[in-house]
Design a protein around this ligand. Structure first.
Ligand SMILES: C[S@@+](CC[C@H](N)C(=O)[O-])C[C@H]1O[C@@H](n2cnc3c(N)ncnc32)[C@H](O)[C@@H]1O
Length: 456
């Protein structure tokens, strides 16, 4: 690829209109057709841009002066949530956020030459304080243990007490835990030296149950003062039902390690979703926005139009949330999931809710689907709910070989969704009805949606 000529250099300033918003929530300005991505600038604004970094085909900039403000700008926020990337879209009023998410999907489908409509994003009534899970790094700043969030694109911790999108009870618990760790002089992890004890504090809280799990992720096997620390945490936070130490000894950005030691209480916490009870372990994926998850699953089930006699596959089944919520509307569900603890939770969740027509298999969805296809399994409907990287060609081939009438694609990344939809269309499926975005992650750039594919 030929190298573009960069018409700007670092520290240059220029005035520009912001013409677009990237999928990371940066404003786009152009100078001689050369894109400059500007933090905290939104479409419709005119700004004086200061160039902060120049690459061969784009540059980054910051707002030196806001010359003309968009009516969509939300000024009612603490800027830390933008600079840390906790809530990179919080500078947009909520209706504009919903529109942005719809438009992002439309643009990605168009790029892939997919002819489909995208419905308006279903939003939340109160789009703050919704996250049921926090994972905050622990670092030492000026000789003191701090919890907070990294400044965007860095590993520099910004101490924070109000995380804006997390359940406020979780925010309060984080401060209590931080103060207990300080009181007993526990050391924070130092990434550069690979030293210190506490790397991350994870807190999860059941939306309906109010049960809390605290996970202390440590570099070292030993957690000094564990007995007193645990005792103080559970006394100070009566909602806590489980305190776990997770050991992650590696020099890595991966948050959780493989070993969990239950320090006090249960191995799991429980919560309810669509009237069913779920056990959730420390390493299991559980949707972070329980309020919209209920809408999402209800819609996904409605769109599948289940009659009661279907064989269904739930690929990427996690702790069985989709499988178990649709089980009563179908004959049999087969789930596949890669995390052993999540499969154990899914089986336990089926038992706990008296559901007998589900079968959960531990494995890679892309391999298990090929096995099922080879065994002659003929599902009527396949649900896929993959992580951000989307589906593999093998999975798509296996799924279409089984020739289900419907495929319901729950996606958390419209870029991989568009790529995969193209493959399904080539394999003889078409998109039925509009793609439906559901705002699982208000104030952030993440986009969740449901698409239904039907056999031609
Ligand atoms: C977006 S979550 C969906 C989970 C579940 N459907 C839910 O809504 O709670 C994706 C799940 O896929 C699992 N996963 C990731 N890669 C996988 C793979 N190759 N095969 C099977 N499961 C995988 C993750 O552990 C996670 O539980």
């Amino acid at each position: 690829m030929s190298k573009k000529y960069a018409p700007v250099k670092k520290n240059d300033q220029f005035e520009a209109d912001i013409i677009d918003l990237t999928y990371q929530g940066m404003g786009v300005a152009k100078i001689e057709d050369f894109p400059v991505f500007v933090a905290n600038a939104i479409p419709g604004e005119k700004v004086r841009v200061g160039v902060t970094k120049v690459a061969s085909s784009y540059a980054f900039g910051r707002v030196v002066k806001l010359l003309q403000e968009s009516p969509d700008r939300n000024n009612d926020i603490d800027n830390t949530v933008i600079t840390t990337g906790i809530a990179p879209l919080a500078n947009l009023k909520y209706p504009a956020q919903l529109k942005y998410k719809q438009t992002q999907i439309e643009q990605l489908l168009k790029k892939q030459h997919i002819d489909a409509t995208v419905a308006e994003t279903l939003g939340m009534e109160n789009p703050v304080g919704y996250r049921n899970k926090a994972q905050v790094p622990v670092r030492e700043i000026k000789g003191q243990l701090e919890t907070g969030f990294y400044r965007r694109n860095s590993h520099n911790l910004v101490p924070i007490e109000d995380y804006f999108i997390q359940d406020p009870e979780i925010d309060k618990a984080l401060v209590v835990i931080r103060d207990i760790l300080r009181k007993y002089h526990l050391s924070a992890y130092d990434e550069n030296e690979h030293r210190g004890v506490l790397r991350t504090v994870m807190v999860r809280r059941g939306y309906y149950s109010h049960e809390m799990m605290v996970v202390l992720v440590t570099r070292s096997k030993k957690l000094p003062m564990d007995t007193v620390v645990v005792d103080e945490i559970r006394k100070a936070l009566p909602e806590v039902k489980s305190i776990v130490q997770n050991v992650n000894p590696d020099k890595t950005n991966v948050i959780m390690g493989e070993t969990n030691n239950v320090l006090w209480g249960n191995k799991v916490i429980f919560d309810t979703l669509l009237g069913l009870k779920f056990a959730i372990g420390p390493n299991s994926f559980y949707q972070v926005n329980p309020q919209t998850t209920e809408k999402l699953y209800t819609l996904a089930a409605e769109k599948a139009d289940l009659k009661g006699d279907e064989i269904v596959i739930d690929a990427y089944s996690g702790i069985g949330t989709i499988s178990l919520t649709i089980a009563k509307h179908v004959k049999q569900v087969y789930g596949v999931e890669i995390v052993p603890g999540a499969v154990d939770d899914a089986k336990r969740n089926a038992d706990m809710n008296g559901i007998k027509n589900t079968k959960f298999v531990l494995g890679k969805a892309e391999e298990q689907m090929v096995k099922w296809a080879a065994e002659g399994l003929k599902p009527d409907v396949i649900f896929v709910d993959p992580p951000r990287k989307g589906l593999t060609p093998e999975l798509i081939e296996a799924a279409t070989t089984m020739q289900p009438k419907k495929i319901v694609y729950v996606s958390c990344n419209p870029a991989t969704l568009a790529r995969d939809l193209d493959e399904f269309i080539l394999a003889g499926y078409h998109i039925d009805g509009p793609v439906q975005p559901v705002d699982q992650f208000p104030q952030t750039t993440h986009i969740e949606s449901i698409t239904v594919l039907v056999k031609d």
